[in-house]
Design a protein around this ligand. Structure first.
Ligand code: ADP
Length: 571
């Protein structure tokens, strides 16, 4: 759900950015367009004024010309003047040049027609000239209806006597001729909002305000000569006037309109700049931003999707792990239970074996005792007292044997309760040898103790270890007692973690090394006091309880070798 919200927020922000980009770009484009418009207006006004400037000088120059002066004075042939004026018009590019007398009547002119003698006194350009100014006036030619600029200059001699007026008329269409290549439509509007000079011929004489509105000034043209301007609606964007036009060939569907009043022409210049390019550029830039944002959005979305997948995968893996852990835990519990049950079963088996062994071991002395007792009783009945005593003695021997079996079993049972601590193995060996000393001497066995003097501290219990060593020594003595070579070797080595005690004899060796540690395994004479088969199994258990290990083998040089490895006690 939050992803959908992110998407919506992203889309909203993107939309704002795209729209913002569009308007920013459009504003920049329109500002640039307005700047271009200002430049175009300045260029076009300068161009027009430049074109007019040569004509403005012409009346001045002509007024001072002798032929014109004679014409003013009417001292020359008018045909000559007309010819001169026609020549001058041809050379200068003026449409017409004519000379007006102080009464406002044309007295000479460049073109032969019926206007000679015409009274032009009321023409505005003449009124300005009569006031001593340069009369410039754009209007329609009375004869042809062509748009014309009249430039009039009065020739006044001292003391202030008006001799006449020279008028030059210029064809506006001729001026406009080179303007048609201009990119943007431009027109100079006169005081009545009539497009009088323009670079688009179809705009000429179109009136911006209502076409039948009374004319403000005497323009020498009539409303009937005017056409309405193209229908349009006016708007404004970022402070720029934007006009929309109905479909026409001259003006774009939408134009930024820039206007400026040109005092020297007494006209307002208006340029119509198409906004299409600026709008297209703005749309393109907005589209580019939209495309970039879209691509970015797709990448972000893909990343988010990947992250989501990853999270989901992790969650699945975690769930799988949790269930696996739970299964492992359950299995471990089951295994522990099974192990416990096995141990219990093992214990029961051991107990069973042991009971069988014990009953076997105890049965023999008991059977023997029963025998001796019965024999003893019979011998007493027959008064064979000495023999009966002997039997009682034998019963005693069997009792001793049973007692030993039981006491050994008690030791076997006790072993787990032994407390463990650092014990000096040298001391234990020494004590054990002392205890066995009488038997060693009696059997005249050569015991070679090569343990060194330094004390070696191991983990164990003094009495228990002594029991183990005495047991090993006893077995070794048993093994060598009847042999020809009677020797026992005791060696002790150690490293930082372990000590190793070996007791080797020169006896017959082990019959079955794999079984010597089994309880009740014995090769010794059962009836004798020696063979119980518990000594080594008890010793094995004691060493194991100290965290040590007991092994045996037949030595390559003959005889049995027992090795007791114990952990060194940390100081
Ligand atoms: P027991 O000495 O009562 O027989 P042990 O458990 O001490 O019981 O020994 C088990 C058996 O291991 C012995 O009967 C004997 O066969 C064998 N054994 C032990 N020590 C030696 C030895 N040093 N040389 C040969 N056989 C040995």
């Amino acid at each position: 759900m939050p992803r959908l919200r992110y998407l919506l927020v992203y889309m909203l922000l993107s939309a704002i950015l795209v729209v913002g980009m569009y308007f920013y770009s459009l504003q920049t484009g329109l500002d640039r367009l307005a700047q271009t418009g200002r430049v175009r207006i300045d260029q076009s006004s300068d161009r027009l004024l430049g074109q007019l400037s040569s004509f403005k000088q012409l009346p001045n120059i002509l007024a001072r010309h002798p032929i014109v002066s004679q014409a003013f004075d009417q001292t020359t042939d008018i045909e000559t003047v007309n010819g001169f004026l026609a020549n001058t018009a041809l050379l200068s590019g003026a449409r017409e040049i004519f000379i007006v007398d102080p009464n406002g009547e044309i007295i000479a002119q460049s073109h032969k027609d019926a206007t000679l003698g015409l009274d032009v006194a009321n023409q505005p350009y003449l009124r300005a000239a009569l006031n001593g100014r340069l009369g410039i006036f754009a209007t329609l030619d009375a004869d042809t209806g062509a748009r014309t600029i009249f430039i009039a200059r009065a020739s006044i001699t001292k003391p202030n006597i008006l001799k006449g007026i020279v008028v030059v008329s210029v064809d506006i269409a001729a001026l406009e001729f080179e303007w048609h290549v201009d990119e943007e439509a431009l027109a100079f509007f006169d005081i009545n909002d009539v497009a009088f000079i323009t670079n688009r011929s179809n705009l000429a004489l179109r009136r911006m305000s209502e076409v039948d509105k009374p004319l403000k000034d005497d323009r020498s043209y009539t409303i009937s000569q005017l056409r309405p301007f193209f229908g349009h609606s006016e708007g404004n964007q970022f402070g720029h006037a934007l006009w929309r036009f109905a479909v026409n060939k001259e003006l774009p569907p939408e134009a930024l309109v820039k206007s400026k009043f040109i005092p020297r022409l007494d006209m307002t210049a208006r340029v119509f700049l198409p906004t299409q390019a600026a709008k297209t550029a703005a749309s393109l830039q907005a589209a580019l931003v939209a495309a970039i944002l879209f691509a970015l959005g797709v990448v972000l979305w893909a990343l988010m999707q990947r992250r989501k997948n990853l999270i989901e995968q992790l969650a699945i893996e975690e769930a799988a792990n949790t269930s696996l852990e739970a299964r492992v835990e359950k299995r471990t519990q089951q295994l522990k239970k099974a192990q416990y049950q096995l141990v219990q079963a093992g214990k029961l088996t051991a107990l069973g074996e042991m009971s069988a062994g014990i009953s076997h071991e105890l049965n023999q002395p008991l059977a023997a005792m029963q025998n001796y007792a019965e024999n003893g009783a019979k011998l007493l009945d027959r008064d064979r007292i000495e023999e009966a005593k002997e039997n009682f003695g034998l019963i005693n021997v069997q009792i001793n044997r049973a007692t030993r079996i039981i006491s050994s079993l008690r030791a076997f049972a006790r072993r787990e309760k032994e407390t463990i601590g650092p014990v000096d193995l040298q001391e234990v060996i020494k004590d054990s040898l002392n205890l066995a000393q009488s038997r060693i001497k009696a059997a005249s066995v050569d015991v070679q103790c090569r343990t060194g003097m330094a004390s070696i501290m191991v983990k164990g219990g003094h009495v228990r270890l002594q029991q183990v060593i005495i047991n090993l020594l006893t077995n070794a003595l048993d093994a060598v007692e009847d042999g020809s070579e009677k020797r026992i070797f005791i060696d002790l080595t150690h490293d930082s973690t372990t000590s190793a005690l070996t007791i080797r004899d020169t006896g017959q060796g082990l019959e079955d090394p794999a079984r010597v540690f089994d309880p009740f395994y014995s090769t010794k004479d059962i009836g004798s006091s020696k063979g119980m088969g518990l000594g080594l199994s008890i010793s094995y258990g004691i060493v194991g309880s100290f965290g040590g290990e007991m092994t045996c083998r037949n030595h390559p040089d003959g005889g049995a070798e027992f090795k007791v490895e114990l952990q060194m006690a940390t100081p």
